[in-house]
Ligand binder design. Structure first.
Ligand code: XMP
Length: 319
């Protein structure tokens, strides 16, 4: 649209003026907002931008790889990937309480980010993908709606801790505008249309204690859910679709023997604002394909259920 057309050019110009010849750090998460911020900054100041991706081991399948690939293909900026899976999993060992998981992940994220940022000399600014709804919500949260109920992984504390000045080029935009801007800036559809993903990632979809093995199962099951929904052409008409690994085992049969294995819950919702949501009325054939594939392909899973609760009273995530 005309408005966004001007927006990109004007924003790039404004960033150049503001930044001068200083260095800017930008955190990448794999999501659309941080990708669009990085794309804008990269256009505006190229080699003066350093991006940091903290791979916390809680990302979706291939997510970190996709970001790195996209980044090296299109951006002329510097990318630091922090391989921190072990650190995060150590911090999560034995923890079952959802809020405590979020708290630990948030702290570890800030620690990792800070350590990496300290290696980047001469940085004066931190760029963040704050959107208009975040600004009007509470001003503090990077995540919006559920903030009062679920303690969010919140990078709002970062700039103060690091002593940087903030650059928030998306502050006036809504999500759909950010997506249009992303397309305009040449980001691939796979990133632009990606469903939102919580900061604590798969940790809050791996109910109970988070372990490497459980994450591996969940990641595979999730890729099947998303892959099948995309193949059916329904990815863009659903708002968030994913798998949850339930903390229960149940009995099944496989050939001649009895199994006692894990259950995966498929969750898909439609929503405008994530404050309220309806479960997606997915075609039964699609659900059937998803269930069959998960049970056949994900070792350790013998049962798949579909979540038909709306928000409220349920929430979108299970933790
Ligand atoms: P709920 O589960 O509260 O989620 O209905 C509403 C939206 O918020 C996302 N969500 C989070 N995002 N950190 C985030 O960055 C979190 O801790 C978190 N918890 C929930 C959720 O994915 C949905 O889009």
């Amino acid at each position: 649209t005309w408005r966004l057309g001007d927006f990109a050019d004007e924003t790039i110009e404004r960033i150049r003026e503001q930044v001068g010849d200083n260095r800017v750090i930008c955190g990448l998460s794999g999501g659309v907002d941080s990708s669009v911020v990085a794309a804008l900054l990269s256009r505006a100041i190229g080699s003066q931008l350093s991006c940091i991706l903290v791979d916390n081991g809680l990302l979706r399948k291939d997510e970190a790889r996709l970001v790195v690939q996209e980044f090296s293909g299109h951006f002329k900026s510097d990318l630091h990937v922090v391989e921190a899976e072990d650190r995060f999993l150590d911090k999560l060992a034995g923890i079952v309480d959802p809020q405590e998981k979020r708290r630990r992940i948030g702290h570890e994220f800030i620690a990792c980010f800070k350590e990496e940022a300290d290696k980047i000399t001469g940085a004066k600014y931190l760029a963040q993908g704050t959107l208009y709804p975040d600004v009007i919500e509470s001003g503090a949260s990077a995540d919006g709606p559920a903030d009062t109920i679920k303690l969010h992984h919140n990078v709002g504390g970062l700039p103060e801790e690091l002593g940087f000045d903030l650059i928030e080029p998306l502050r006036d935009l809504f999500k759909d505008e950010v997506r249009q801007l992303g397309l305009q800036l040449g980001l691939p559809e796979e990133i632009v249309w990606r469903h939102p993903f919580p900061g604590p990632g798969l940790a809050v979809r791996c109910l109970g204690e988070v372990t490497r093995d459980k994450l591996a199962m969940l990641r595979e099951a999730d890729a099947i859910v998303v892959g099948e929904i995309k193949a059916e052409g329904l990815y863009r008409s659903t708002s968030q679709s994913f798998a949850v690994l339930l903390p229960v085992q149940s009995v099944g049969v496989m050939g001649d023997s009895r199994t006692y294995d894990n259950a995966i819950c498929v969750r898909s919702v439609n929503t405008d604002d994530f404050m309220t949501a309806d479960w997606s009325h997915l075609p039964h054939e699609l659900l059937s394909r998803i269930a069959t594939r998960i049970i056949n392909e994900v070792k350790g899973v013998n049962r798949v259920v579909y979540d038909i609760s709306s928000k409220p009273p349920a929430t979108i995530e299970w933790e």
